[in-house]
Write a protein that binds this ligand. Structure first.
Ligand code: ADE
Length: 427
């Protein structure tokens, strides 16, 4: 079969909203590819050896252009790839069509119902993968429940997010994890850049393009001061907002205060905030008792993996009316006359109402993902545990990023190496 025929057959095997959108999708993929030099370098370093030849890789990730480019890199390393989205509202239908036309099996569309989302997860598993990439843990969860027949053939996988790694650690602790998983989220080159600067930029991009409202001079309440929350707060400050942090951890709360932010309980923040961004990974962080006090006109957005952080049940029960006032903005009109506005149905605002993190950020994250697959492929038979990304890989990704930026850094001299080895320093 020619390459063209193979690509055509992938489109036929795929589940797409509209295959005719492929040209727009291809252009989006080409644009980001030109801004992802680290991944291109990894492809160049390994591509000619096709180390993943004969392997099948199933991917469950937010299906936008950067993800599509990563899938193509994995394909160029020799693997066959099947992909689905990791959130019903983050798939871009044109990108999905473009990717399928480039030889990857795609099962996903924007606005998938729960049944469709579930069906798409099953379809990428029907592909019988050897390796997987997951974002949030849905693929791993399905493999360990309904699709246990496939467990013996899985060499391992890599997980993208904090939420997914929490789920994996729970499985590891209870002895239920059946294959090795690489914790991409915990690599320095992930959380320091993707969680902080990626989330910081993409969340405000999503909020601003959706609402078209001014941030300067307003009060932004950031709920959760992990690496993502730090980024969201930092960018809110840069945009001229007054920033309030709500955080349950005393150390992170102290850090937020010393970073120059106001720290308070949600019941007080509810009364002063204009924008609310939840990024905790927990459920019901904005709930009835807060909504009863919330300022009229407040804008609510979530940046955590699941749409559980802002209670939609409480919003509904307090409301006499709901309507879509603008694309991706739902107004809840309360019985006492106040209104609040929920963006993107409480789904990840940066992906459901935006394009996700900037290309240069996802370049590093996806370089870690691809390097993790290569590592697992080179180390078959690893125990079923959650693994740190090897220091060598983390450093290689940072070094490639610096090279792509044209930045050179100093190295230790031999004398400095000796000095640092000695316990008699300073004498
Ligand atoms: N694009 C693809 N995956 C993403 C993620 N986890 N966060 C932000 N943007 C993304």
């Amino acid at each position: 079969m020619s390459e063209e025929e193979r690509s055509e057959s992938k489109v036929e095997q795929s589940s797409l909203r509209n295959p005719a959108l492929s040209e727009s999708g291809r252009k989006k993929i080409e644009w980001v590819a030109a801004h992802m030099p680290v991944l291109a370098e990894i492809k160049k370093l390994h591509g000619s050896k096709r180390p993943l030849q004969g392997k099948r890789v199933a991917v469950c990730l937010h299906l936008e252009a950067k993800t599509a480019y990563m899938a193509l890199v994995i394909k160029e390393l020799g693997a066959e790839v099947a992909i689905t989205g990791s959130n019903p509202l983050s798939t871009q239908d044109d990108v999905a069509a473009g990717l399928a036309s480039m030889g990857v099996q795609v099962h996903s569309w924007y606005g998938a119902s729960s049944a469709e989302y579930n069906d798409f997860l099953n379809k990428v598993l029907d592909f019988e993968p050897d390796l997987i990439i997951d974002d949030g843990g849905d693929l791993v969860a399905k493999l360990h429940t309904e699709r246990r027949d496939l467990l013996p053939r899985i060499v391992g996988g890599a997980e993208e997010t904090t939420t997914g790694i929490h789920r994996l650690r729970a499985m590891e602790a209870s002895g239920e994890l059946a294959f090795p998983m690489m914790a991409v989220n915990d690599a320095h080159c992930k959380y320091l850049f993707d969680n902080r600067y990626g989330t910081g930029q993409s969340v405000w991009d999503g909020i601003m393009r959706t609402s078209n409202l001014l941030v300067a001079g307003k009060t932004a309440v950031v709920v959760g001061y992990g690496w993502c929350g730090k980024g969201v707060a930092l960018r809110a400050k840069g945009l001229g907002a007054r920033v309030v942090i709500c955080e349950i951890d005393p150390i992170k709360s102290t850090e937020a205060w010393m970073d120059g932010f106001e720290v308070m309980k949600m019941e007080r923040a509810a009364e002063v905030g204009d924008f609310f961004v939840t990024v905790t990974g927990c459920t019901d962080v904005i709930r009835r008792e807060h909504l009863e006090r919330i300022k009229d006109g407040a804008i609510l957005a979530n940046a955590g993996h699941f749409d559980v952080e802002i209670s939609k049940a409480d919003l509904t029960s307090l409301s006499e009316e709901q309507d879509e006032v603008r694309q991706n903005i739902r107004r809840y009109r309360f019985t006492d006359g106040r209104s609040v506005y929920l963006l993107a149905d409480g789904r990840l605002v940066n992906l459901a109402a935006g394009d996700g993190h900037p290309a240069e950020i996802m370049d590093m994250t996806f370089a870690l993902q691809v390097s993790s697959l290569l590592y697992l492929n080179e180390h078959p038979g690893l125990e079923a545990r959650v693994y740190k990304i090897p220091e060598r890989i983390d450093r290689q990704v940072a070094a490639l990023m610096l090279t792509s930026l044209g930045i050179e850094i100093d190295r230790l001299t031999d004398a400095q190496v000796e000095y640092l080895k000695s316990w008699q320093q300073g004498t």
